[in-house]
Design a protein around this ligand. Structure first.
Ligand code: NAD
Length: 596
């Protein structure tokens, strides 16, 4: 029989604690909510009522249920109020000495059978537990932010946590409507170990002026379907908390440089820019604690004339290539009203591409997304050719041929001879340096990367890659074209992986390393990222879809260019590729797809 938890204590009512109180009280558990001072208690109460009022306003919680929820919470200053609860969970700041002192106190105050839990993100639960006389009743219960929304709980057992305590806490999680994964005590557990390297990398990109905060966030949301961009997520987590988590992970997790907090973080914390909770972090919020972003001096001018400033007029577009990307890009331009010249290496290939574009447009008609006249008009705008000479009078060329530098360079040299002056020459490369391609021409200022995502007609993102030779005018033109296509263009510098791949693939590679180290299973790791962080797919699901060979190639490029030891491809990934387990396309990758 699992233990009954009728009343629990929550210590610290900040970002996480207030959310945890809400989770318990919503599920009928009485809560003693403790803070350190009257002022902090009032802020904690405001955190809770703010969140429940928003839930009522959104129709997610009935007023009567909110009132019942709030009536279950007993707000108190000081730990003595916790003398008779069945379980205490603390969510005080991420400092080991603070948590150890707190646990020693709780051990003295709480009933001998009470379970003592920590919501720490990165500290050692074992080290916290030995501050008490009951380490076998100490456990990690790691909720995700915002606690009332995120389904996942990581249950962290130490080498001495008793099996009954683990089982009781697992049953409690189920009662709270959460999905738990139970794991051993390791820095960052599953989700944060995979998340924080990525978040820190995004901060470093921003710090290096590699791309703007809006563009970094838009890239990850639109390119990977994440619920939030990394910088907005840092603001939600709290920059002080994020700093402490990174610092602890750096020290506990083998001094991986990727966890050494970006210098900008320290500066922002020192300046009191803590994110949402202080009203300002990477973004500015309506007021402290508010989720609403308001414009500030760094907010870019949106659409309208400002965007088109300096852009060249584009009416006729050449698309070179006959693969998946070229086909999608032809469709995107034709549907947006551009005249398109498709150039392939032969009539047969042109016929195939033409067929593929037709099929895709027809699908749009069947799905009711495109009218028949619009389909016919789009097709009517495309001319099919097998010679580059037909690109003499286009305004923009988008190259989407094979990912080989020598081939792309030769093509750009030809384009340089054929195209009229003032044309924007774009490459869709996803891994080669755009500057190499640009320098194959005599007009590097007119060369830019336009990195479309697959499938191009569906994916809303385009990375606009600016080399050190790309002119402002060319970048402005690329932006205006993306806007006219209905895509979000994010501008970034010419570095391996641009924004999305540079942030995404090291995380996937880290997941493989975690699996390789037998810390957890592929299923639990996938669960953790989906339910704890709201990712649309877990890392192993995504790797199988993208292809392990493609993922390995991208990871190798990143490693070669940045020489970051943490980016070294996971040996398990290399072995799977060698064995021909490439993912869905071969029927087997991390999972066997032939049996489903
Ligand atoms: N922020 C996140 O996204 C997140 C997610 C999961 C876990 N965590 C973990 O949760 C814990 C709390 O983080 P947070 O972001 O909520 O911090 P926070 O700074 O928002 O809140 C901490 C609260 O603890 C209170 N406090 C400090 N000392 C206290 C004491 N001695 N007794 C009682 N209350 C005290 C403070 O007044 C404050 O209200 C940390 O261990 C953190 O790693 C955070």
């Amino acid at each position: 029989m699992a233990r009954e938890f009728t009343s629990v204590g929550v210590v610290g009512l900040g970002t996480m604690g207030a959310g945890i109180v809400e989770v318990f009280a919503r599920n009928g558990v009485d809560v003693v909510a403790v803070e350190i001072s009257d002022g902090a208690l009032e802020r904690g109460r405001a955190n809770l009522t703010g969140s429940t009022d928003r839930a009522v306003a959104r129709g997610k919680l009935a007023e009567a249920d909110r009132d019942a929820l709030l009536s279950r919470v007993d707000f108190r200053v000081g730990l003595d109020a916790l003398h008779s609860v069945d379980l205490v969970i603390e969510a005080v700041p991420e400092h080991l000495d603070l948590k150890q002192r707190l646990f020693a106190e709780l051990d003295r105050i709480c009933r001998p059978e009470a379970i003592l839990a920590t919501n720490t993100s990165s500290l050692s639960v074992t080290e916290i537990s030995v501050a008490t006389g009951r380490p076998n009743q100490v456990i990690g219960i790691h909720f995700f932010n915002p606690a009332p929304v995120m389904k996942l709980v990581e249950v962290v057992r130490t080498v001495v946590t008793s099996a009954e305590v683990v089982a009781d806490v697992e049953a409690l999680c189920a009662r709270l409507g959460k999905v738990d994964v139970t794991i051993n005590d390791r820095a960052g557990f599953i989700a944060n170990a995979l998340l924080f390297g990525y978040l820190n990398h995004a901060v470093a990109m921003h710090e290096a002026h590699y791309a703007t905060r809006e563009d970094i966030d838009a890239a990850m949301k639109l390119g990977c379907g994440l619920p939030m961009g990394p910088l907005a997520l840092m603001d939600l987590i709290g920059l002080d908390t994020a700093y402490e988590i990174l610092d602890t992970m750096y020290r506990r997790g083998g001094r991986d440089r990727r966890h050494a907090p970006a210098p900008l973080l320290k500066q922002m914390v020192t300046a009191g820019l803590l994110g949402r909770k202080s009203g300002r972090g990477f973004y500015t919020y309506e007021r402290p604690g508010s989720p609403k972003v308001v414009p500030d001096e760094r907010t870019p001018a949106t659409a309208g004339p400002a965007l088109a400033d300096g852009a060249r007029a584009i009416a006729k577009v050449g698309v070179v290539g006959s693969g998946t990307m070229a086909t999608g890009i032809i469709e995107v331009f034709a549907k947006a009203g551009y005249e398109v010249v498709s150039v392939t290496r032969g009539a047969e290939k042109s016929a195939k591409v033409c067929e593929a574009v037709k099929t895709s447009l027809n699908k749009g008609v069947v799905r009711g997304k495109l009218s028949e006249p619009d389909r016919d008009a789009a097709l009517g705008r495309v001319t099919w050719s097998a010679t580059l000479d037909h690109l003499a009078d286009v305004d923009l060329v988008v190259e989407a041929v094979i990912e080989e530098l020598s081939v792309k360079k030769a093509l750009f040299a030809s384009l340089d001879e054929i195209c009229k002056p003032g044309v924007v020459l774009a490459t869709t490369t996803s891994s080669l340096p755009v500057i190499d391609v640009a320098m194959a021409t005599h007009r590097p200022a007119d060369v830019v990367g336009l990195h479309f995502f697959n499938p191009a007609p569906v994916m809303p993102l385009v990375e606009i890659v600016r080399t050190i030779r790309t002119s402002e005018e060319t970048t402005a033109t690329a932006r205006a074209v993306c806007a006219a296509l209905g895509k979000t263009g994010v501008v970034c510098a010419d570095r391996s992986g641009f924004v999305v791949n540079a942030l995404l693939f090291p995380y996937l590679n880290d997941a493989v390393k975690m699996l390789e180290a037998s810390y957890s299973t592929a299923d639990d790791i996938d669960h953790a990222m989906k339910l704890g962080c709201g990712y649309p797919m877990g890392p192993f699901e995504l790797l199988d879809v993208v292809g392990l060979d493609v993922s390995l190639a991208i990871q190798r490029e990143l490693y070669l260019e940045l020489r970051e030891p943490g980016f070294a491809p996971a040996p398990l990934l290399e072995h799977l590729v060698t064995a021909g387990y490439l993912g869905r396309k071969t029927g087997r990758g991390f999972r066997d797809h032939t049996r489903r």
